[in-house]
Ligand binder design. Structure first.
Ligand SMILES: Cc1cc2nc3c(=O)[nH]c(=O)nc-3n(C[C@H](O)[C@H](O)[C@H](O)COP(=O)(O)OP(=O)(O)OC[C@H]3O[C@@H](n4cnc5c(N)ncnc54)[C@H](O)[C@@H]3O)c2cc1C
Ligand SMILES: NC(=O)c1ccc[n+]([C@@H]2O[C@H](COP(=O)([O-])OP(=O)(O)OC[C@H]3O[C@@H](n4cnc5c(N)ncnc54)[C@H](O)[C@@H]3O)[C@@H](O)[C@H]2O)c1
Length: 473
C-alpha cells in the first residue's frame, strides 16, 4: 500500500530549474516537495555545464598565458590531464549530491527519491523498482522540471556500437587517442576543443556549418582556433553509417570517405524529457508542451507548469532558473489570490519575458562567443527595422589581454526606437563582457544614454565605445 502525502506544490525533477521553482514557492510561504530519480542538482551540475566547463578552462588558461609575452616564457609543460580530471571531479563532488541535498533541506523543501508520474489532476505517484511507494496530492500546482534527453540521429549502425553521449564525454576519466564528434552545435564544438587540448586527435562532423546559429565572423574565429588545436572539421556533410572494426569506430561520409576513432561522441541536440509522465492521459502531447510566460501549461487546467529544458523554450541553465523563478512566484501569488490565471504582464515577476528577446548565451570555447538578444535575421523576422554595426575588437584592453588579440563585436539596433536589441562578442575572455550587453538589451537603454556609459581605460569594454562611434554617435 503506497503512502499518501499532501503538499502545496510538487516539483518533478531536482535540476537547476526544479530547485529554483521549489525554492521560490517555499520562500513565498508555501510547502513544496521535490521528486528526483537521479542526482539532486541535475544535468548541469554533474553531466553538462559544470564538468564540461571544468574540462575547458585549464586549456583556455594555458592558451591565455602563452599569448602574453613574459608569461609565455614561464610555460614549460603541457596540460596535466589527470590534474584536469581531478579538478573536474571536484566540481561534480565526485558525482555525490550530498551538498545539494543539504541546500534543499536547509531551504525547507521536502525531498522524495524516485520516479514521478502524474496520476490525475494535481496528483503524482512516485515509484522505485518495487512499484509505487508514494502518492502525493498538490493543493496548488505540479511543476514539470524533468529536463531534456539527447536526440540521437537515425544513423545506420549507431544502435549497435558503444558510443558516448555528452554526459559520458563530460564525465570521462580517460582521453581517447582519437575522438570522432558528430554534431557541430555548442556541445559538440566545446567538447571537441576540450578533448583536443587534452590530447585527442579530434574529427568533428557537422551536418550544416559549425555553430550554425551564431554570426559567421564569430564562428570563423572559433573554427580557426579549433583547427590550430588539431581538430579536423567536416562541415555540410552527414555520417552515412558507423561501424566497429578492429576495436575502432569507423564513420562513413558521403563519397566513400572514412573517419576512424577510438570513441564516437554523438552531440546532435536534445528534446524535452516528457515521456512516461502520464501526459497523454491528460490530453497533452509528450513531444512538447505549450506554456505561457509563467510556465502554465495550456490545455491542462490551471495547475500544471513546465520550466527549464522540459518547457523546451530555451535549453540553458540560467534561462531555466529564470523561468522557474517566474513560475514559482506566479504559483505562490495565484495560491494567495493576488493574481489570476491569465497571461502575466510582461516584465512582471511572474513572466519570463526575456526568454523571447534577451537570452544571453556563451560558447565556452577559446575564443569564446558571447551573444544576447536578437541577430539581424531574427529581428528582421519579427518585422523590426534594424541596423548592424560590427568591427574587430581592437582596443588597448584587448592588446594588453593577449599579444595579437583577435576578436569581433556586433551591435544590432532597433532603428525606430534607437535602442540596442542584440550584441555578439567573440574572442578570448569576452564572456565577462556579456552582462553589460544583457542589461542594455533588457533595459532597452537608448543609444544617446548608452553614450554616457563610459568604459574604463584600458579595458576591453572600450569596444562599446568603438561600436557606438562606428554606428555614428
Ligand atoms: C554538454 C552540455 C553542456 C552544457 N553547458 C551549458 C552551459 O555551459 N551553460 C548553460 O546555461 N547550459 C548548458 N547546458 C544546458 C543545461 O545543461 C540545461 O539547460 C540544464 O541542465 C537544464 O536544467 P533543468 O533543471 O531544466 O533539467 P535537468 O538538469 O536535466 O534536471 C532534470 C531532473 O529531472 C529528473 N527527472 C526527470 N524525469 C523525472 C521523473 N519522472 N521523476 C523524477 N525525476 C525526474 C532528472 O533525473 C534530472 O535530475 C549544457 C548542456 C549540455 C548537454
Ligand atoms: N555553453 C552552453 O551554454 C551550452 C553548451 C552545450 C550545450 N548547451 C545546450 O544544450 C543543448 C544541446 O546541445 P547540442 O549541441 O547537442 O544541441 P544543438 O541543437 O545546439 O546542436 C546539435 C547539432 O547537431 C546537428 N545534427 C543533428 N543531427 C545530425 C546528424 N544526423 N548528423 C550531423 N549533425 C547533426 C545539428 O545540425 C546541430 O548543429 C543546446 O540547446 C545547447 O543550448 C549549451
Amino acid at each position: 500500500m503506497a503512502e499518501s502525502l499532501e503538499t502545496d506544490v510538487v516539483v518533478i525533477g531536482a535540476g537547476a530549474a526544479g530547485e529554483n521553482a521549489a525554492g521560490r514557492v517555499v520562500q513565498a510561504g508555501l510547502d513544496a516537495i521535490l521528486v528526483e530519480t537521479a542526482l539532486v542538482g541535475g544535468e548541469c551540475s554533474y553531466w553538462a555545464c559544470m564538468p564540461s566547463k571544468a574540462l575547458l578552462r585549464p586549456g583556455a588558461v594555458l592558451a591565455e598565458v602563452k599569448a602574453v609575452g613574459g608569461a609565455r616564457e614561464a610555460v614549460t609543460g603541457s596540460l596535466d590531464v589527470s590534474a584536469v580530471f581531478r579538478r573536474r571531479n571536484s566540481f561534480t563532488s565526485d558525482w555525490d549530491d550530498a551538498g545539494q541535498v543539504k541546500w534543499v533541506k536547509e531551504t525547507g523543501i521536502g525531498l522524495v527519491r524516485g520516479r514521478a508520474r502524474i496520476s490525475g489532476e494535481r496528483a503524482v505517484d512516485v515509484s522505485d523498482d518495487a512499484g509505487v511507494h508514494l502518492s502525493i496530492t498538490a493543493r496548488h500546482a505540479v511543476v514539470l522540471a524533468t529536463g531534456s534527453a539527447p536526440v540521437n540521429p537515425p544513423l545506420d549502425g549507431l544502435a549497435g556500437i558503444d558510443f558516448w553521449g555528452t554526459a559520458d564525454a563530460a564525465s570521462s576519466q580517460e582521453v581517447p587517442r582519437r575522438l570522432l564528434v558528430l554534431g557541430g552545435g555548442v556541445a559538440g564544438t566545446e567538447l571537441a576543443q576540450a578533448y583536443a587540448r587534452l590530447g585527442s586527435e579530434v574529427s568533428l562532423v557537422a551536418r550544416h556549418g559549425l555553430l550554425e546559429s551564431y554570426p559567421r565572423s564569430a564562428v570563423d574565429l572559433v573554427a580557426k582556433a579549433l583547427e590550430a588545436d588539431g581538430v579536423k572539421i567536416h562541415t555540410n556533410t552527414s555520417a552515412e553509417r558507423v561501424f566497429e572494426e578492429s576495436g575502432a569506430v569507423v564513420m562513413e561520409l558521403p563519397g566513400g570517405q572514412f573517419l576512424s576513432g577510438d570513441k564516437l561522441l554523438v552531440a546532435t541536440g536534445r528534446r524535452p524529457a516528457l515521456q512516461g509522465l502520464g501526459l497523454e492521459e491528460l490530453g497533452l502531447d509528450p513531444k512538447g508542451l505549450a506554456t505561457d510566460d509563467s510556465g502554465l501549461v495550456a490545455g491542462a487546467g490551471n495547475w500544471l507548469y513546465a520550466v527549464g529544458d522540459a518547457a523546451g523554450k530555451v535549453l540553458l541553465t540560467h534561462q531555466g532558473k529564470y523561468e522557474a523563478r517566474a513560475a514559482g512566484a506566479a504559483i505562490a501569488a495565484r495560491a494567495k489570490g493576488e493574481i489570476g490565471f491569465g497571461a502575466p504582464p510582461p516584465w512582471s515577476p511572474y513572466a519570463a519575458t526575456a526568454d523571447s528577446c534577451a537570452v544571453p548565451q556563451v560558447v565556452f570555447t577559446d575564443p569564446e562567443i558571447a551573444m544576447v538578444g536578437l541577430s539581424p535575421e531574427q529581428a528582421g523576422e519579427r518585422g523590426i527595422r534594424v541596423s548592424e554595426t560590427s568591427l574587430p575588437i581592437s582596443v588597448a584592453g584587448s592588446s594588453l589581454f593577449a599579444d595579437g588579440y583577435e576578436g569581433w563585436a556586433q551591435m544590432v539596433v532597433d532603428e525606430d526606437r534607437s535602442v540596442p536589441v542584440g550584441f555578439t562578442f567573440a574572442g578570448p575572455g569576452v564572456a565577462e563582457l556579456l552582462h553589460a550587453a544583457t542589461i542594455a538589451v533588457t533595459g532597452q537603454v537608448p543609444l544617446d544614454r548608452l553614450w554616457h556609459a563610459v568604459p574604463a581605460y584600458p579595458t576591453m569594454s572600450e569596444v562599446w565605445l568603438r561600436l557606438l562611434e562606428k554606428y555614428g554617435l
